[in-house]
Structures are given as structure tokens and as C-alpha cells.
Design a protein around this ligand. Structure first.
Ligand SMILES: *Cc1c(COP(=O)(O)O)cnc(C)c1O
Length: 373
């Protein structure tokens, strides 16, 4: 099992493996578990997994809409042939209203001032979601009178105000005192508007799993698509990270490993080199953590270099042996804890230098290396 045929066909033997079967399962599970419409959030290149590939599977599984953070991310989907509804969650310059309308892209209300700027353009037919700021203090409108004013201005300008939403600050924390408070503020604002919206949405992944209410009809799911939430769930993990041993040797007692000579061998040790480093998004703080090699956990010794790093093994494995950095044995949630961050940050740090290997129907389906197109 050490040198797989497909592995030889990859120019770079370090890859993110994305299991589209599990992604499909997670989308179905969320739709069936919440009984709500699914907005699949694929900002930041589909959380690093490839926006168009993730979008296609989410739509196949029944997602009603896709969401991204900016107009360029939305255009990347349109240029990739995606025709489904798209919502932008972040800021769009009001001067770009025409681009939104021409490409059938919905956007979010940033503030009352933003609405007043926007309607200086012809926005007939522009799809808009009202954003209620219930406690993030990021974007959206807090004051109910301002919200009503924004709604009236948009309706008079013949915009299609198809949605209303808010975003929770603490849905990963239990008990959800802050979430309760935010939900109540949202409910008040929604009821005060007394209007019909096609999409009413509050929940991100953690809230969809942990928080129940009967006002909304849609959920916005990002990290949950990939199977990572802060609560126990049946979601399946989508992402693994693998590399291969490219050099293996005995290093003698007293010798050191890597930059800064931070690791000194206490006796003769077997050291292997892996072709992944911080320029791939495998950050330097990974030094000292474990990886998994054919039944044993090996420690990353010395500093992580830009393109390579070293591990200590109990015995010599041949060049080409596959090493798991994230997967069945090394959980990304544990990695996030050890690095003092969240799973979202780990996966969006992985960049184009890593080959993406997609699995569909249990088989290799597609290999994407953005450096070689
Ligand atoms: C990113 C984002 C989400 C998705 O959050 P997850 O925790 O990844 O599910 C939902 N809503 C908004 C407004 C976001 O910006």
C-alpha cells in the first residue's frame, strides 16, 4: 500500500483529498435534519476546496442557493458555469448594481447609508436580502425604524427584497444566551416589517445543529458542509491532507534537524523528509505535532520549512510511503485545538500549491493542480 499508481501520476505528491460523497451526504443530512432550505456557503474558494466543484455537489444534493463574500467570488461562480441563485454576504460597491442585476446575483444590505447610495442607480429587479445586525456589529441595520426605512426605499426603487437575515456571534457556545438574545432581536425586527420574504435565515452551521426556532425557513451552512461543527453530529468529514516520504535516513546522536537547529537527536534516529511546508498553509506552529504513517504516529521535529518538514520514525519506510497530516487518524478539530485556532482558518490557509484530489462514488474523480493548467 505504500506507492499507489495514481500517486505517481500527480506532479506534486502532497494533496488535499476532498470526499464529494461525504459532502453530498452532509448537504442531504442538513436539509432533512432542519427541514429548511439550504444556502451553501462557498466563500473563500469553497473553504479552500474549490468553489465550482463544491457548488455543483451542493446543488445536486438540493441546495437552494449559494453564498459568497464578494462580487468577484460570485463572478468566479458565474464564469465557472454556475447558474443557480447566488447571494453575496459582504460589501458590494453600490456603483456595481448593474453587474449584480445583469448576472442575477443577490446582495446584502450593509447600512441605511449604503441603501441610499444604491438607489441612485436603477435597481429595478435587483435581488436584496435585508441584514439585521443583532449583535455582531459588523454589517447590517440595528435600528427597527432604520430597517423599515431601508425596506421602503428599496421597495419604491422596485428592488426584489427576497430575503431577511441575521448572523450569530456565539452559536459555537453552549448555553446559547447570546444566540437567544440575537434571535429575539431578529424576531422583533422581522415582525415589525410585517412583509413576506422568500428566504428568512439566521443559522450558520453550529446554530443549525444546536438552536431551534420556527421563524426561519432557510439555513446558511459553511463549515458544516465539510463535516466540522462544534457539537456532536452525524456529519461526515470531507477533507484529508496527505503527503509522501521523499527522503529517509539515520541521523546520529547529537546532530540537529532543520533551521535554527531547534531539535537535537538524543540517540541515532530515523528521520524522514516530507514535501510540505508553511508556503502550503502548513504553518510553522505545526512543529512538535503528530502525523500518521502506516500504523504509527510520528512527531514533526525541527522547524517547518517553507516547502518541506521532517518527522521522526521508529523504522525506515520507503520513499513514496503515504503520510496522513489530516484524516482518519489526525482529526482537523484536534489540530485546530493544538494550534489555538478554528477549523475554518486551517482549511482556508491551504492554498493553490496543494493539488486537490476529488473522490466521487468512492473513486478518484478529478485532480486539480491550479499551477499546471
Ligand atoms: C461565513 C458565514 C456563514 C457560514 O458560517 P459557518 O460557521 O461556516 O457555517 C454564515 N453566515 C455568514 C453571514 C457568514 O459570513
Amino acid at each position: 500500500m505504500s506507492m499507489l499508481g495514481w500517486c505517481k501520476s500527480m506532479l506534486r505528491k502532497t494533496w488535499l483529498e476532498i470526499n464529494l460523497d461525504n459532502l453530498y451526504f452532509n448537504c442531504r443530512y442538513i436539509i432533512e435534519h432542519t427541514h429548511k432550505k439550504l444556502i451553501a456557503i462557498i466563500k473563500a474558494n469553497g473553504y479552500g476546496c474549490g468553489d465550482v466543484e463544491i457548488a455543483k455537489v451542493a446543488l445536486e444534493a438540493g441546495a437552494s442557493m449559494l453564498a459568497v463574500s464578494s462580487l468577484d467570488e460570485a463572478m468566479a461562480l458565474r464564469n465557472g458555469g454556475i447558474e443557480a441563485p447566488i447571494l453575496i454576504l459582504g460589501y458590494v460597491d453600490s456603483m456595481d448594481a448593474r453587474i449584480l442585476i445583469d448576472n442575477d446575483i443577490a446582495t446584502s444590505v450593509v447600512s441605511l447609508d449604503w441603501v441610499k447610495e444604491l438607489v441612485k442607480n436603477n435597481i429595478e429587479g435587483l435581488k436584496i436580502h435585508l441584514k439585521v445586525d443583532t449583535g455582531m456589529n459588523r454589517i447590517g441595520i440595528k435600528d427597527i425604524d432604520e430597517l423599515k426605512e431601508a425596506y421602503t426605499i428599496l421597495k419604491n426603487a422596485k428592488a426584489d427584497v427576497e430575503g431577511i437575515f441575521t448572523h450569530y456571534a456565539c452559536s459555537d457556545l453552549d448555553p446559547n444566551i447570546k444566540t437567544n438574545d440575537q434571535f429575539n432581536k431578529f424576531k422583533q425586527a422581522y415582525e415589525a416589517l410585517d412583509a413576506d420574504f422568500k428566504y428568512v435565515h439566521c443559522d450558520n452551521s453550529d446554530a443549525a445543529i444546536s438552536y431551534d426556532e420556527n421563524i426561519t425557513n432557510t439555513v446558511r451552512i459553511g463549515i458544516g458542509l465539510y463535516g466540522y461543527v462544534s457539537y456532536p453530529s452525524k456529519l461526515k468529514r470531507v477533507i484529508s491532507l496527505y503527503t509522501t516520504i521523499i527522503n529517509v535516513k539515520t541521523v546520529h546522536e547529537g546532530e540537529t534537524i532543520g533551521y535554527g537547529a531547534t531539535y537535537k537527536c538524543e540517540h541515532d534516529e530515523i528521520i524522514a523528509t516530507l514535501p510540505i511546508g508553511y508556503a502550503d498553509g502548513f504553518i510553522r506552529r505545526n512543529s512538535g505535532r503528530k502525523v500518521y504513517v502506516e500504523g504509527e504516529y510520528a512527531t514533526l521535529v525541527g522547524r517547518i520549512c517553507m516547502d518541506q518538514c521532517m518527522i521522526k520514525l521508529s523504522k525506515k519506510y520507503p520513499v513514496g510511503t503515504i503520510v496522513e497530516l489530516i484524516g482518519e487518524h489526525i482529526k482537523m478539530e484536534d489540530m485546530a485545538n493544538e494550534l489555538g485556532t478554528i477549523v475554518h482558518e486551517i482549511i482556508t490557509n491551504f492554498n493553490e500549491r496543494l493539488t486537490r484530489r476529488y473522490i466521487k462514488n468512492g473513486k478518484e474523480y478529478l485532480i486539480v493542480n491550479k499551477r499546471v493548467v
